[in-house]
Design a protein around this ligand. Structure first.
Ligand code: FAD
Length: 415
């Protein structure tokens, strides 16, 4: 039966953890129950493919909270526990072991899971994926000098893992079916700069190439590439994208639309159920479309926002998207929605840094992407984010000219 004193959060990841924290900070005096399928308390995932894989940091370094946090805040954390069913009429959830728990409001922060390589032989070859701390530790154990790693997929995860594997002294081959890296996330010019950096680091980068077959032989995986090349590798990592975890919501009859569909306040069509983070598909007023974001900043923001709205606030999710990726000494940052562009304007900041601004057909700035050392592009990307937020129509000539300060353009008139 419904329990008016209990807020339940399904998914003890980043969005779920932030929501639990915010419920307390905003004064909820009833019970806060945070349930997670993984055995670890919430942690940051970005270091997994970067400093954890390269051996510079441990998983524990990336914990979201100090160990005493849950006791101090009186948040009940149930780990290694799966929520099996939502009974909306009764306003209760069912755990894997059959326990029934009522809720006042429920937050679905179930995240996303890696798409699997649907190739014959992938299972026998024990293809690795990278989403959890457990995945990162298993993968890390297979890296090192003398080890040949095949990375399948040149998206952010594959490209970051390749850089980290190189840092560990592994030999790396990366195959990507598209003719460029990070095709879904960054403009071609930025992808080409990063591809050159990978090649300089010794990565055997094979673009426009797929996998024809995989087979396991002892500890070795034999791979045939689509161009006929044969490789023998010690480890295969597939980074071919993620799918939102929607099964629980779908089974409860909630609408799914490339994620758990919510309104602009992150509420599903059930007034007592909210969604946040990688699993959530929400309408964004600034862009006029439904979005699902897979990013650290979004999980931070939506976790808190959902908690606020579970407590009766009516705040819309309006934050401008922002994403970063670190590979070697370079960082890539993307803000807004570059995909909506009609025109792109380059701003060259010396030899090693580049910004690209993305303008819609009417000249409004809708996105910005950059590559370089983070101190070279971080501030300008933040300024671009403010321009996007303010719906500005900056002068393209000024955007292209590095001698014109972006801050000065913040006063440009909005539409
Ligand atoms: P998650 O963190 O995935 O948490 C969801 C949790 O819900 C999981 O622990 C899952 O086990 C649990 N769960 C699901 N279903 C149930 C159930 N039925 N019962 C109980 N528990 C359940 N973003 C960036 O912006 N920059 C980066 O550089 C970057 N690097 C990344 C590197 C890696 C390796 C990964 C994996 C992600 C990276 N991200 C990055 C993305 C970012 O980490 C995610 O967007 C963020 O973690 C999403 O948080 P979330 O809470 O929505 O989902």
């Amino acid at each position: 039966m419904a329990d008016a004193r209990r807020m339940v959060i399904v998914g003890a990841g980043q969005a779920g953890g932030r929501a639990a924290e915010a419920l307390r900070d905003l004064g909820w005096a009833g019970q806060v129950l945070l349930i997670g399928a993984e055995p670890l308390a919430p942690y940051h995932r970005p270091p997994l493919s970067k400093s954890v894989l390269s051996g510079e940091r441990t998983v524990a370094d990336g914990a979201l909270f100090a160990p005493s946090f849950f006791t101090e805040k009186e948040i009940e954390l149930r780990l290694a526990t799966t929520v099996a069913e939502i009974r909306r009429r009764e306003r209760e959830i069912l755990l894997g072991d059959g326990t029934r728990l009522g809720y006042h409001s429920l937050l679905l922060a179930t995240g996303a899971e890696p798409k699997r390589l649907g190739l014959p032989g992938a299972e026998a070859a024990r293809v690795c994926y990278l989403r959890t701390a457990g995945d990162a530790l298993a993968l890390s154990a297979g890296l090192g000098p003398g080890r040949h790693v095949l990375v399948v997929g040149g998206g952010f995860i594959g490209a970051e893992a390749a850089a980290s594997a190189v840092a560990r002294g592994s030999r790396v081959t990366l195959v990507e079916p598209a003719d460029r890296l990070m095709a879904r996330g960054v403009p071609r010019l930025i992808a080409e700069r990063m591809a050159a950096r990978h090649r300089a680091a010794g990565v055997d980068l094979r673009l426009a190439t797929g996998i024809a077959s995989l087979s396991a032989e002892g500890g070795i995986t034999r791979v045939e590439l689509s161009d006929g090349t044969h490789l023998a590798v010690d480890l295969v990592l597939a980074g071919i994208g993620v799918a939102p975890r929607t099964a629980l919501a779908a089974a409860a009859g909630l609408r799914i639309d490339n994620g758990i569909a919510t309104d602009r306040r992150l509420r599903t069509e059930d007034p007592n159920i909210y969604a946040a983070g990688d699993a959530c598909a929400f309408p964004h007023d600034l862009f006029g479309i439904r979005l699902r974001l897979e990013s650290w900043k979004n999980a931070e923001h939506q976790g808190r926002l959902a908690a606020q709205n579970m407590l009766g606030h009516r705040e819309a999710c309006l934050a401008v998207p922002w994403f970063w990726s670190d590979q070697y000494e370079l960082t890539i940052q993307v803000t807004g929605l570059p995909d909506l562009r009609a025109e792109s304007i380059e701003r060259h900041l010396g030899e090693d840094a580049l910004l690209i601004f993305h303008l819609a057909r009417d000249g409004r700035i809708v996105g910005a992407s950059g590559i370089g050392p983070s101190d070279a592009i971080g501030r300008d990307i933040r300024l671009a984010q403010m321009m996007i937020e303010r719906r500005l129509h900056p002068d393209p000539g000024a955007l292209a000219d590095p001698s014109v300060r972006l801050r000065a353009m913040l006063t440009t008139k909005a539409a």
